[in-house]
Design a protein around this ligand. Structure first.
Ligand code: FAD
Ligand code: NAI
Length: 477
């Protein structure tokens, strides 16, 4: 029998949490391996996890394609650009998406080679412990057992199905199915008005689907600042995205060519809706299937997440867990930061992830982004605060772009002026939010941001103006 290969660190899962953790560990001089089972057509590995294969990257590719299509159809005319015979080749759009995903898969494989991370393509599971080494079984083309001083679990999450309604990815679609619909459905139903529902609903609405989103909660986008959620609801309704709140889904009947959803509306009325396809986007569940948690006594919480402390330590010696499979927001950048922090801790360094400054972005158009506290949270916590808002309609660059919807808002502590939150709905909110994250990381006040030179004409001037607005001294409003 060949000797078991032993590593300082073995990472199980090659999504944004796992692959970044592996790279950082290798950079710190630790002998590192990463095991990932995702496979693309032809049997090749597809590193990058949910994010790269059926999440962040492909969804943004489709959002960009369909945004271009919508702009060409609706926004170009006012620039004097006449477009006739506009059409969308869905097959070509999906092929472009697949190419981008493949480039990212290959990019991560290159980064592993560059950083000397050993990659094992297959399913990883705890097999036991010998001395101070964890034994990890890899089931792949060449099954083998490897040993690790430290293990990082980064096995991610999977889509949550409606009880009794399994995904078939023909009529009832999870995120993977929603990203690969081969033709534009005439009637598209979506269960859940969360991030996936809004992004995927936008993609297919732009291509001509009649989109209806059924949401269980009575309020829209409860995690966002109320003013942003209100503006978003107004803009989405104007775009033709039908969002029905306070819905209880009673029955889903899957037919050969359609799906029927019976639901009870907010007013108690029983409704029936028929769709060609139904996206179910009601959140995600941690993924630990076949990990061997029972074999080694790895503790999961009641919801199935791997239980960790603030430093991502599990109940097992030298075993950590990061990303979607542990508590906290299910975001790629949160998974990455935890991965880096854990690798640094294993190498004896001190690392910290600041959960107060994790930005959220919804890549609809206009985009929605925020960091820090909302007004409703601060009211609940009894914190005195001041706010400053600035509308894009008063920003020169936004006017030139033809993108004047929305606003940018700062919330600052009433006594110290320290920034507690930044909330944006408008063009390129995803990029603008970085300034709020930076400001909060450095403990900046709204006055600090107001005094920073911002290039003219840029959307970022709205950031400066919103900061000035906290002290009621905007210059351009
Ligand atoms: P994952 O990315 O899920 O990776 C886990 C990996 O582990 C997978 O490759 C899996 O195959 C592998 N694995 C699991 N178990 C084993 C095992 N036992 N052995 C071997 N391999 C195993 N987040 C953002 O921040 N921005 C976005 O724009 C964004 N868009 C999204 C859009 C959609 C449609 C979806 C579904 C998600 C989106 N997310 C976004 C969320 C983001 O994808 C996740 O938060 C992120 O992928 C979590 O990273 P992770 O490394 O924890 O897990
Ligand atoms: P989500 O948590 O964002 O939204 C789920 C929505 O479904 C909620 O509004 C919830 O109230 C509703 N819901 C739950 N059960 C329901 C039911 N039975 N009937 C009707 N509505 C119901 O989850 P989503 O959209 O599935 O996305 C999963 C996660 O993936 C997100 O939480 C996010 O972490 C990540 N993601 C991030 C993106 C980004 O950063 N831009 C994009 C897409 C996903």
């Amino acid at each position: 029998m060949p000797d078991t290969q032993a590593f300082d660190v073995v990472v199980i899962g090659g999504g944004p949490g796992g692959y970044v953790a592996a790279i950082r560990a290798a950079q710190l001089g630790l002998a590192t391996a990463c095991i990932d089972e995702w496979t693309r057509e032809g049997g090749k590995p597809a590193l990058g996890g949910t994010c790269t294969n059926v999440g962040c990257i492909p969804s943004k590719a489709l959002l960009q394609s369909t945004e271009n299509y919508e702009h060409a159809g609706h926004a170009f005319a006012e620039h004097g650009i006449e477009v006739s015979g506009l059409s969308m080749d869905v097959g070509k759009m999906l092929a472009r998406k697949a190419k981008i995903v493949g480039q990212n898969n290959d990019g991560i494989a290159y980064l592993f080679r560059k950083n000397k991370v050993s990659f094992f393509h297959g399913h990883g599971a705890f097999a036991g412990r010998e001395g101070d080494l964890w034994q990890i079984r890899v089931e792949g083309a060449k099954p083998e057992t490897i040993a690790a001083k430290h293990v990082i679990i980064a096995t991610g999450s999977a889509p949550r199905a409606l009880p009794g309604v399994p995904f078939d990815n023909v009529r009832v679609l999870d995120n993977g199915g929603a990203l690969a619909i081969p033709d534009v459905p005439k009637r598209l139903g979506v269960i859940g008005a969360g991030v996936i529902g809004l992004e995927m609903g936008s993609v297919w609405r732009r291509l001509g689907s009649d989109v209806t989103i059924l949401e269980a909660l009575p309020q829209f986008l409860g995690a966002a600042d109320e003013a942003v959620a209100k503006e978003a609801a107004r803009l989405f309704a104007k775009q033709g995205l039908a969002i029905v709140l306070g819905v209880k889904t009673d029955k889903v009947k899957v037919g050969k060519n359609d799906v029927t959803v019976e639901y009870t509306g907010e007013n108690g009325a029983r409704e029936t809706a028929k769709f060609d396809r139904l996206i179910v986007s009601i959140g995600r569940v941690p993924y630990t299937a076949g990990l061997g948690a029972d074999t080694v006594g790895l503790k999961l919480d009641v919801r199935g997440f791997v239980e960790v402390d603030d430093a991502c330590r599990t109940n097992l010696a030298d075993v950590y867990a990061i990303g979607d499979v542990v508590r906290g927001p299910m975001l790629a950048h949160k998974a990455e930061e935890e991965g880096v922090a854990v690798a640094e801790r294993i190498a004896g360094q001190h690392a910290h992830v600041d959960f107060n400054t994790i930005p959220w972005v919804i890549y609809t158009w206009p985009e929605i982004a925020w960091v820090g506290k909302t007004e409703q949270q601060l009211k609940q916590e009894g914190v005195a605060y001041r706010t400053g808002s600035f509308p894009y309609s008063a920003n020169g660059r936004a006017r030139a772009l033809g993108e004047t919807s929305g606003f940018l808002k700062f919330i600052a502590d009433a006594a110290t002026d320290r920034i507690l939150g930044m909330h944006v709905i408008g063009p390129w909110a995803s990029e603008l939010i970085a300034e709020g994250v930076m400001a909060m990381e450095f403990g900046a006040s709204s006055e600090d941001v107001a005094r920073i030179v911002h290039a003219h004409p840029t959307l970022s001037e709205a950031t400066k103006e919103a900061a000035l607005a906290v002290d009621k001294r905007t210059l351009n409003l």
